[in-house]
Write a protein of this length. Structure first.
Length: 626
């Protein structure tokens, strides 16, 4: 569902939430007094394990109760939600961290202080068998005992049964979640990042809302800032304890996936199985362990690439304001990073001195333009590459933007000229570049040299130093749900030195939305119904799949007749795959927003069709092989 529908959905949702008393905005004296009497829920940064560990036994006493939660600033707008707590302590979001060495015996009690029946799921992570679910009546306490027999990252969560007899799958507010970590001997020091999401629908069932996702209990810019030094080895465990998938994107660096799991199982990859990515889609109730190392100083971010989960309108939604617009907002100078994003964004600051850079070898000029009335009342936006010979008309737009074909080792300066009526920026998605050029206004760079937004009639020079060949993306990073969906995106292809791209065998297949409205179709290379293309038979073709939709997790497939064709995956996010993954297989794959994947195929003569299917529609590209 497109993020442009936020304003339509929020009004209805907030009306329902107001009836349920979910948002503490002072709507009535009695509601406010009831909320004020609840304990304040604390934010859990997952640094301190819960319980008491003696020898190989952990003793833990948990209780589930309601409280007031401040997902943004303390003392700001609050929400009434359910949370886990240790007995005698306030509730926490996420729930208390259960972290034990391998082989620990866990002796726990869980008390239900809610007026509703509680269902407890997953509270035996690391045991040799899948954990049982438990039903806990109001005011009841149950004993839970298990042995942490398998190392890994696991999830526990609660659901409630309200008086009407219907289970609230995610609890009131969706914050009844927490992590269980089982450490093996020699496990590295790491940080645990838990994603949860406020579900404001009165019955707790998945619905049209949920626009308050948080990392370790907070929404940007109130999330924790992580600070590292050049050369540090960084280990994270990321837990998606929400009901939505999240494509998690790290700016400026690749991260290595060391393990992946679900709420009750975890798989540690062997060295030859590990791969590196810049964006990885995490399905609901899954985990991943990752490693990365910063080799360039400056400010960076780690965030969900679903634009609804980082949109600035999340601030309005949490605060309970009734009018939310998907149009770009005006921001005070120097405050775009704080005011222009919300939700699942984590700030990273790397300290150190940048190495001496190679001189610029190539210069390009990229115009950012708009044309009125392309999408009804809304303008179409687009990038135009200006070669200096003939200046394009100011209202000419290309969507997608022109392929930028660059070369490894060739430092390229791109001057971005904003000819629109609104501010913008450009993010070079997947490129290992200097922080100042990364494209987050009022954040990218280092103290004393922070990149601004590109104002109308102004320009910005970004420098790209290309380290690896592959398939990447360039796109707007201001009001992304509006500007990207309106056309500000394009493919970025980096070739090895001496390599030339042949468009007859090297194919960009870019999926996007066709406008900022909820009814906008899916587009493949800018078309909702692409015209047939011709491929040569008997030669190897490279397919560069790119998903730059705002929210769509897309199933791509290549068919010959009624059967799937075969292809060989060769790269993910511009990085070559390990040999065990780069093998011939059925031609289908799933990509989340912000992900790219490269495949090779040597087709025989005949007809093929590439399909891309998402929740909001599908698009098919006919292929004639001759």
């Amino acid at each position: 569902m497109h993020t442009a529908s936020i304003s339509r959905r929020v009004t209805a949702i907030l009306g329902a939430v107001a009836v349920a008393g979910g948002v503490n905005t002072g709507a009535s004296h009695s509601d406010a007094s009831a909320a004020d009497s609840l304990p304040v829920i604390s934010t859990n940064n997952n640094r301190s394990p819960a319980g008491v560990l003696r020898g190989n036994e952990l003793t833990l006493h948990l209780v589930v109760r309601s409280g007031r939660w401040y997902p943004e600033a303390e003392g700001g707008p609050s929400l009434t939600v359910e949370g886990f707590a240790e007995e005698g302590a306030p509730p926490m979001i996420p729930g208390p961290l259960v972290r034990v060495p391998l082989g620990t015996r866990v002796l726990a009690t869980v008390r239900n202080a809610l007026p509703d029946t509680l269902y407890l799921h997953g509270f035996a992570g690391g045991s040799a068998r899948p954990p049982d679910s438990m039903r806990i009546a109001p005011n009841e306490r149950v004993d839970v005992t298990f042995i942490a027999e398998r190392p890994g990252t696991y999830i526990y969560r609660g659901a409630t049964l309200h008086s009407g007899g219907r289970v609230r799958e995610w609890g009131t507010g969706g914050q009844l979640v927490g992590a269980i970590i089982v450490d093996s001997l020699g496990s590295p020091s790491d940080r645990v990042l838990v994603i949860s999401q406020w579900d404001p629908t009165p019955d707790g069932e998945p619905g049209p809302g949920g626009f308050a996702p948080v990392l370790n209990g907070k929404s940007w810019p109130h999330t924790e800032r992580l600070r590292y030094a050049l050369g540090d080895t960084v280990h994270w465990r990321v837990v998606n304890a929400s009901r939505d998938p999240h494509p998690m994107h790290l700016h400026g660096f690749y991260y290595r996936i060391d393990a992946a799991g679900s709420w009750y199982a975890d798989t540690l990859y062997t060295p030859d199985q590990r791969r590196v990515v810049v964006t990885e889609s995490m399905q609901p109730m899954t985990t991943m362990s990752l490693t990365w190392s910063p080799d360039r100083p400056g400010n960076w971010i780690f965030h969900c690439h679903n634009t609804a989960h980082t949109a600035e309108s999340l601030h309005d939604f949490v605060a309970g304001r009734m009018q939310v617009s998907s149009m770009p907002h005006h921001h005070e100078p120097g405050r775009h990073a704080e005011e222009g994003m919300a939700g699942l964004v984590l700030g990273i600051q790397v300290e150190g001195v940048a190495p001496v850079s190679a001189p610029i070898a190539r210069r390009l000029r990229l115009l950012v333009q708009e044309r009125a009335g392309v999408y009804g009342k809304n303008a179409g936006l687009g990038y135009v590459l200006y070669d200096g010979s003939h200046e394009p008309a100011r209202d000419s737009v290309e969507s997608p933007g022109p392929p930028l074909v660059l070369t490894v080792g060739e430092a390229t300066e791109i001057t971005i000229v904003n000819r629109m009526s609104q501010e913008t920026s450009v993010h070079w998605h997947g490129i290992e570049l200097e922080s100042y050029s990364d494209g987050i206004p009022d954040w990218s760079g280092s103290p004393g040299a922070i990149a601004p937004a590109i104002q109308p009639a102004d320009s910005f020079r970004a420098v790209l130093r290309l380290r690896r060949a592959g398939t990447f993306i360039y796109h707007a990073h201001v009001a992304e749900y509006w500007q990207i969906n309106s056309g500000l995106y394009g493919p970025l292809i980096v070739l090895a030195p001496g390599q030339r791209r042949d468009p007859a065998t090297d194919h960009v297949l870019l999926l996007s939305y066709g406008g900022p409205d909820i009814t906008s179709p899916l587009l493949l290379n800018g078309a909702a119904t692409p015209a047939p293309v011709k491929w040569r038979n008997g030669v190897t073709h490279r397919l560069r799949l790119i998903n730059i939709t705002g929210e769509e997790h897309v199933a791509f497939a290549l068919y010959g007749g009624l059967s799937l064709a075969e292809w060989r995956p060769v790269a993910k996010d511009g990085a070559d795959l390990p040999p065990w993954q780069a093998t011939q297989r059925s031609a289908r794959t799933n990509l989340g927003p912000g992900e790219t994947a490269d495949f090779e195929i040597t087709p025989a003569a005949g007809d093929l069709r590439l399909t891309a299917n998402g929740l909001s529609g599908s698009v098919t590209l006919p292929v004639r092989v001759h």
